[in-house]
Design a protein around this ligand. Structure first.
Ligand SMILES: [Zn+2]
Length: 267
């Protein structure tokens, strides 16, 4: 398997992976989306809420605030022996206490753990008028996207086939394909009087060029075993962390299957 990183920043990672089959790449995609754990607010104790926002709506908004996650510092609630799901091994407390008039933002949440805090400070939570107050204590736990979307670390996680564009020699360079391609994949080389491929990675394989070509000399296909994969996260984890955790989870699952099969064959 070969991996070529095309673009990388704090929240986004685009890479080309070659030499894998579609079931593998799809398993990685699904695990990235719903099985890599992140932190999110799960329970909220509202002590005072004078704002116009219902307690339930406020609690739901708090749940959707992405939290910077250190997956190694905590264990999932399901694996913790504590009684009330709120010990330091499985939970982090975040406190909010504000007085109006003001707009209360995610940045106003005070966390009891230095590594777990809102990724963005500017997410509006509620508006307080003169004299109104809000006071609450929220508890964040590790969870998986398969339980609730608030625990999904990815906002985009998708792959597409790597395109294979071929142009026959008998092409007369009528330029129709160049004009009609919606993603500027093709260009016309005046000197050589031929159609050239300038950005095959941008091809969505819509095959407009094939339909427009009267000579039927341009062909677009998917390259076997080669994909362009894109991961974008909400900031709770870096895309590399998501990918690494997904690979670990898949390898753990595979080992379980192998062990199960070996155990079965002994009998
Ligand atoms: Zn616990």
């Amino acid at each position: 398997m070969e991996i070529d990183i095309k673009e990388k920043n704090d929240n986004q990672l685009t890479f080309i992976v070659d030499g894998v089959d579609i079931s593998f790449i799809n398993a990685i995609r699904r695990i990235c989306t719903v099985e890599v754990p992140t932190m999110a607010i799960e329970t909220v104790s509202i002590i005072r809420n004078d704002s116009a926002l219902f307690d339930e709506v406020l609690a739901q908004r708090l749940g959707l605030v992405p939290l910077e996650t250190d997956t190694e510092a905590f264990i999932p609630v399901s694996e913790c022996d504590c009684e009330n799901n709120n010990c330091p091994l499985c939970s982090v407390s975040l406190v909010l206490k504000e007085k109006g008039p003001k707009v209360v933002y995610s940045g106003d949440l005070t966390s009891t753990h230095e590594a777990i805090k809102p990724v963005y400070d500017t997410i509006p939570l509620l508006k307080l008028k003169e004299g109104e107050e809000v006071e609450l204590e929220a508890t964040a736990n590790l969870g998986k996207g398969v339980e609730h979307a608030k625990w999904q670390p990815t906002t985009t996680c998708a792959y597409k086939y790597y395109s294979l564009i071929t142009i026959d020699e008998k092409c007369e360079a009528c330029k129709k394909c160049v004009d009609e391609c919606p993603r500027n994949v093709l260009d016309y080389d005046e000197k050589a009087n031929e159609i050239i491929i300038i950005d095959s990675e941008n091809c969505s394989m819509c095959k407009t060029c094939m339909r427009e070509c009267e000579q039927n000399v341009i062909h677009v296909d998917a390259q076997e075993g080669k994909f362009i994969f894109k991961i974008e996260t909400d900031g709770s984890l870096s895309p590399e962390d998501v990918l690494r955790d997904a690979c670990d989870i898949l390898s753990e699952k595979s080992e379980k299957i192998v062990a199960f099969c070996k155990g079965g064959s002994k009998k």
